[in-house]
Design a protein around this ligand. Structure first.
Ligand code: 5GP
Length: 125
């Protein structure tokens, strides 16, 4: 999923610009956060850079402010969701092996109950 500066507009860009509806929880000049349309857990929020960076493979030093902001916004939204004490998981999928579906880098904030093991190991063949 390496795209070398060729940015592809996705549904997330339209959500960021409010051209498509979403349950938006936060927006500033760097990042936007909205609820996942198909939540896997009671709290399932997507935190995305406003700039359409396709994946982790495309992150550059110029993106460090947005990457850092994603983490501070995740902490703030976790507090607002009341899941700080119980704990939560932050996930960024990248590319085909990472099972990334939407090619606009995004962090999943997942919690509200035990999220389960980090990875289900493949059965050895
Ligand atoms: P990925 O597999 O790329 O890491 O995760 C993409 C996530 O985006 C999925 O959890 C999926 O449910 C969510 N998603 C896909 N389309 C939409 C949409 O139109 N609106 C919202 N709010 N979430 C979406």
């Amino acid at each position: 999923m390496r795209t070398n500066a060729v940015t592809t507009e996705t549904i997330f860009s339209k959500i960021i610009r409010k051209e498509l509806p979403s349950d938006m929880l936060y927006q500033d000049e760097l990042v936007t956060a909205f609820r996942d349309i198909n939540p896997a857990l009671p709290t399932h929020i997507l935190i995305v850079p406003n700039e359409p960076i396709p994946s982790c493979n495309d992150v550059q030093p110029a993106h460090e402010a947005a990457m850092g902001r994603m983490h501070t916004v995740a902490r703030k939204l976790a507090e607002e969701a009341g899941i700080t004490d119980g704990g939560y998981r932050l996930i960024i999928n990248c590319g085909e092996h990472g099972r990334q579906e939407v090619p606009h880098l995004h962090m999943h904030l997942l919690g509200g109950e035990d999220v389960g093991p980090m990875l289900i190991r493949k059965q050895s063949v």
